[in-house]
Design a protein around this ligand. Structure first.
Ligand SMILES: Nc1ncnc2c1ncn2[C@@H]1O[C@H](COP(=O)(O)OP(=O)(O)OP(=O)(O)O)[C@@H](O)[C@H]1O
Length: 671
């Protein structure tokens, strides 16, 4: 399997990596390929859109009109050797299965039915493939929602297999998003491992300006499974999942691919407990000298060097995230649930210690002056978790969560660690119990449905409903109390501060202490609730982590905690003329890594995920701190600003509710 290197380009934010593809701006956001594209590049390929007649994708207006591209009235075989495997009629050959295209040049690909803009950005990934026809799938239901995509369960009518279709709308897509999408496709095609999600094919829908990525269907994600009531993972089971994760990652790393978004909801499981790493939307090739962006990885799983602004990190970044998951599987709650980058950094230092002087000197990290604590924080990871995590796991955790990246080892060394090589050995996936399909997304839907049913009647209920989803207006009492509590905590921050796994995250989770004497399969954490920032909903106890949800959303900016998040994440990382970032803005900036609205990813400012209206809802733009180096002060001020933003979001939401109600009654009256 070949591994490629990439070129880097400079953006306003310094360096942003790109892979080797060039982005044809004129063919992406500015000029989309249209249904009128009947002649491409002067060759004789004729692309024709034929209205969908069998209502396969009937749930969406756009698909109703004309979903499929039954392309190629004349699939010219002049310039290319196209092996159409089936459905090839004389007038409308349906290209509905991956076929072999021996000549991979651009013209051939366009003739084969790929839009020319896609050929430009992801040409190499299309080699040997033909676009599949949408009418050879029956869309069943929506099963997930991501940054720039909706994911559907569908039936492949040719094979009768159930598949997952990830729909990406390329209409209005900015070049940066196109680049990420292209890179995802390129990377997926280069990877080939049982523990890495395999891209099976692509569907192009010119009519809906969308593309569908076809994947095998997976029943669970680790987050959904771990948070299912009644499911308790044994130690051997945790080892089984961790081993598969490590093997998948080992493959990615050996191909020069960094995943950069390892988290439970991106680890999918089939019904036989085979784990596959999914969502390569933030992944990149790393074998090169070009600097990488540090604005990646979901906040809770983001390693310290990225928070500190490193642009030359490597595979060890994924290992940090993996360590966070390992701990989470044993303890049943996220290890480091920071709400903002500042708090995330602080949590890391408190638990894992702060880096050595030598490291600060050597690494010369961009944000070192901001984050470097005045005193060294002592590491207390092992001490904190000695009763919750068995010793062999703790030893591995200690390596994976090394605050200095060089000490984290590799996936291969992790796989040789005692954790995997001593009893209880990792279970065979097929020997584990089979679970009812359940995903983080299902849980969200169910919670949403329950709220809807419960809360429709009264104003009071309305408030409560909101308080669950968005810890703003309705949640104020609890929330503010929690924040006050946090303020108290941060006031006490000092070098001697220890990490409190219970109190620190405000968790209401039940933790069944690890019994170090339990050796076998019966070891369980009792309530293994692997959470992501998106799904982490407290079960009783302090509400702080609900609040965390609102400011640590998923990367698309479309989480259910939108309004609060809007209040906080629309802060811009402004740069002055000298290229120095405005820290005060950044501290409250969207904390989930590189996002499509991340100014560091584009010179065009906010990209996808926020509409204009939302963007205007900026509630806080004042500075957090002017000085440097005093993390405690910074945190205090930071908390104060969060509190302010919460209040403003509450007021804003209340106003919107009132006007929505007024609009509702206006319409109901038929006026
Ligand atoms: N092959 C699959 N089988 C079943 N469900 C899937 C599959 N791929 C993705 N999903 C579901 O869809 C969700 C979103 O998919 P994915 O993470 O790839 O999209 P994304 O736009 O990159 O999302 P994110 O913003 O979470 O990174 C996943 O969390 C998962 O629940």
């Amino acid at each position: 399997m070949g591994c490629v290197s990439s070129k880097g380009v400079r953006t306003n934010d310094g360096y942003m990596e790109t892979n080797h593809v060039s982005i044809p701006k004129d063919r992406t956001s500015k000029k989309q390929p249209s249904s009128e594209d009947t002649s491409v590049n002067g060759n004789d390929a004729t692309l024709r859109l034929i209205p969908n007649t069998n209502h396969v994708f009937s749930d969406e207006e756009e698909e109703k009109k004309s979903f499929e591209m039954k392309s190629l009235e004349s699939v010219s075989q002049k310039d290319t050797t196209v092996e159409l495997l089936d459905n090839v009629g004389p007038l409308q050959p349906r290209v509905s299965r991956i076929a072999s295209v021996s000549n991979g040049d651009r013209t051939a690909k366009v003739i084969a039915g790929w839009p020319s803009w896609l050929v430009s950005v992801a040409g190499e990934a299309l080699s040997g493939w033909l676009p599949r026809s949408a009418d050879s799938f029956e869309k069943l239901e929506m099963i997930g929602q991501g940054t720039y995509s909706n994911v559907y369960r569908a039936r492949d009518l040719e094979t009768n297999q159930i598949v997952a279709l990830k729909k990406v709308r390329f209409a209005n897509m900015d070049p940066e998003s196109v680049r990420f999408m292209a890179r995802e496709i390129i990377i997926l095609r280069r990877l080939n491992h049982p523990n890495v999600m395999k891209l099976q094919g692509l569907i192009i829908s010119k009519a809906s300006a969308s593309m569908y990525l076809v994947f095998e269907y997976m029943d669970h994600d680790l987050t959904g499974l771990a948070s299912t009531p009644g499911i308790k993972f044994s130690q051997a089971q945790i080892k089984c999942y961790m081993k598969q994760l490590m093997l998948g990652l080992e493959h990615c790393h050996s191909c020069g691919v960094l995943h950069r978004d390892i988290k439970g909801s991106n680890l999918l499981l089939d019904r036989n407990n085979n784990l596959k790493i999914a969502d390569f939307g933030l992944s990149t090739f790393y074998q090169r000298k070009q600097p990488l962006t540090s604005r990646v990885v979901t906040l809770w799983y983001r390693p310290p060097e990225l928070l500190l602004g490193s642009t030359d990190y490597g595979v060890t970044a994924d290992l940090w995230s993996t360590g966070c998951i390992l701990a989470e599987l044993f303890t049943g709650k996220p290890l480091l649930p920071g709400r903002t980058e500042v708090e995330q950094m602080h949590k890391i230092f408190k638990l894992c210690g702060s880096p050595s002087e030598e490291y600060w000197r050597r690494s010369r990290l961009r944000h070192a002056t901001i984050f470097k604590p005045q005193h060294q924080y002592k590491r207390c990871l092992a001490e904190t978790y000695k009763d919750l995590i068995p010793s062999s796991a703790l030893a591995l955790l200690d390596v994976l969560l090394a605050v200095e990246p060089e000490a984290r080892g590799t996936t291969s060394s992790a796989l040789q660690s005692e954790f995997f090589t001593t009893k209880p050995f990792p279970s065979e996936p097929s020997s584990l119990p089979r679970y009812q399909p359940r995903k983080e997304f299902d849980i969200k839907l169910r919670e949403e449905e329950a709220r809807r049913r419960k809360g429709a009647s009264s104003k009071q209920n309305e408030q409560k409903r909101f308080s669950r989803a968005v810890p703003a207006p309705g949640a104020n009492a609890e929330l503010l109390a929690s924040i006050q509590k946090r303020l108290g905590e941060t006031n006490q921050t000092s070098v001697s501060e220890t990490f409190n796994p219970e109190g620190d995250s405000g968790s209401g989770f039940r933790i069944e202490p690890h019994n170090p004497n339990t050796n076998g399969d019966n070891h369980s954490n009792g309530s293994s609730h692997l959470r992501t920032q998106r799904s982490y909903v407290q079960r009783g106890g302090a509400q702080l982590s609900r609040f965390s949800n609102s400011v640590a959303p998923n990367r698309d900016g479309s989480s259910q905690f939108g309004s609060m998040r809007d209040a906080l994440v629309n802060q811009r990382w402004l740069e002055d003329g000298s290229g120095n970032c405005n820290l005060s803005q950044r501290l409250l900036e969207k904390p989930n890594g590189l996002r499509k609205d991340d100014p560091s990813s584009s010179s065009k400012g906010p990209l996808m995920g926020y509409d204009g209206e939302k963007r205007e809802r900026i509630h806080y733009s004042g500075p957090l701190i002017s000085g440097e180096g005093n993390l405690d002060e910074m945190l205090k001020e930071h908390e104060r600003q969060i509190l302010l933003a919460v209040r403003r979001a509450q007021a804003d939401k209340a106003k919107r509710d009132v006007s929505r109600q007024a609009r509702g009654s206006f319409l109901a009256n038929g006026s």
